[in-house]
Design a protein around this ligand. Structure first.
Ligand code: MG
Length: 414
């Protein structure tokens, strides 16, 4: 079973946590350079302020209706995010940060009553310790947990899909656009084929779905049917942030190994960033040991970058500085990760006066790197900083050799 914990109107809630005068007032948070709306309180949503609305267009309305406006403050949001995740880490055996304001917890093995109880405890503890309201969805797959969390948000609390009837009822009431991983374009094409709800979709046969929605879509449909099949790398991208983080195969003690793992995650995150044609202005590196073992240590360093970037070496430079600053000797680290947020679309970034414009050669270099790894497989070309041995990587002790794709694994006869 999975739980998805999603912070409600996260950026707006962070602003409110430190300024109670903002409670119950309509509030919007603007993207960098005060460009457009990236978060709204419920009250602002009710007034019809659209997500992504350019500020200059709604300025008059904002003033007339007394809507509070804040510029985004990623230092604050990053730190509040860390606090929320720290609380979850204490309460759940294993958490996986999905975005700046969402995390999955693996709760396999708990009874239905215990699941609901833990969900409520998570919600209450986070609210009490940080002031951030959350919605908790619990279900058998990540996609269903995500759907349950949306339901929880409507009802204000915790929602669990514990049996088949519940699942069917939810899918029937669920428009396609609310399904995790179904974008607007896919929604339109499915609607043209007469499919309007998640329930309509799961009734279609696999071959049809694969043709229309590719293998990624088929995974989503399986998940909606209650069969878990989305792993870390297949997760649909989050709009607010990119996170790559993973549990180590064995505890990591040295700064060299920790640096390698972090370098590997940075490379992956940067690749995703470029894939989405975005640049980042905020990098957050984190690593921690098991909260159930002493000495416990959670290291974290966050950097507001001087200019938006998607250049791996620049991101590596900051991440490595973070590792050096936060690493503690004698700690058995079990997990590390990277989170990028505060995005601008490539080509729309505002240049700083003090910053030379991005070097075209850097861009070409990254394009080549991504091309090679797409064409010849992940990790064909990688930064030496990420290490060659990768002893920290996931346990795969039972995996068969890569007979057909790896020269060292080719069968030998004789
Ligand atoms: Mg949220």
């Amino acid at each position: 079973m999975y739980a998805l914990i999603d912070c409600n109107n996260f950026y707006a809630s962070c602003e409110r946590a430190f300024n109670p005068a903002l409670k119950l007032k309509p509030l919007v948070v603007l993207s960098n350079n005060d460009g457009c709306v990236i978060a709204r309180s419920d009250e602002a949503k009710q007034l019809g302020i659209a997500m992504g609305a350019p500020y200059f267009k709604i300025k008059a309305e904002v003033a007339a209706r007394g809507i509070e406006v804040r510029s985004s403050n990623y230092e604050l949001y990053g730190d509040m995010s860390r606090r929320v995740m720290d609380i979850l880490r204490r309460l759940a055996p294993s958490i996986e940060i999905y975005s700046i304001d969402e995390a999955f917890c693996d709760l396999t093995g708990l009874s239905s009553a215990a699941l609901l109880e833990l969900g409520r405890t998570m919600r209450e503890t986070i609210l009490q310790w940080t002031g951030i309201p959350t919605s908790v969805g619990i279900a058998r797959t990540k996609t269903l947990a995500k759907a349950a969390s949306k339901q929880a948000k409507l009802m204000g609390g915790v929602f669990a899909i514990l049996d088949e009837r519940e699942r069917e009822r939810l899918l029937q009431a669920m428009p396609l656009r609310r399904v995790w991983g179904i974008g607007r374009r896919l929604e339109t094409s499915l609607e043209n084929a007469g499919i309007f709800t998640a329930a309509d979709l799961v009734r279609k046969d696999d071959a049809w779905i694969r043709r229309r929605m590719s293998i990624t879509g088929l995974r989503t449909v399986h998940e909606l049917r209650g069969i878990p099949c989305i792993d870390l790398d297949d997760q649909p991208a989050s709009k607010l942030s990119i996170t790559t983080s993973r549990m180590f195969g064995h505890p990591v003690h040295t700064i060299e190994e920790l640096s390698q793992a972090v370098a590997h995650y940075v490379t992956r995150a940067a690749e995703k960033l470029r894939g989405e044609k975005r640049k980042t202005r905020y990098l957050d590196v984190f690593f921690h040991s098991s909260p159930f073992k002493s000495p416990y240590h959670a290291g974290r360093a966050a950097y507001a970058l001087p200019a938006p970037t998607d250049f791996t070496p620049t991101l590596l430079q900051y991440a490595m500085a973070g590792v050096r600053a936060q690493y503690r000797e004698g700690v058995a680290y079990t997990k590390a990760g990277i989170m990028l947020s505060d995005f601008v679309a490539r080509g729309e970034e505002q240049l700083s006066l003090l910053q030379a414009p991005a070097d075209e050669r850097e861009e070409t270099m990254m394009e080549m790197l991504d091309y090679i790894n797409r064409r010849w497989g992940k990790h064909t070309m990688f930064y030496a900083g990420a290490g060659v041995q990768q002893g920290w990587s996931m346990k795969r002790n039972f995996r068969s050799p890569s007979y057909s794709t790896r020269l060292t694994d080719v069968l030998e006869i004789g």
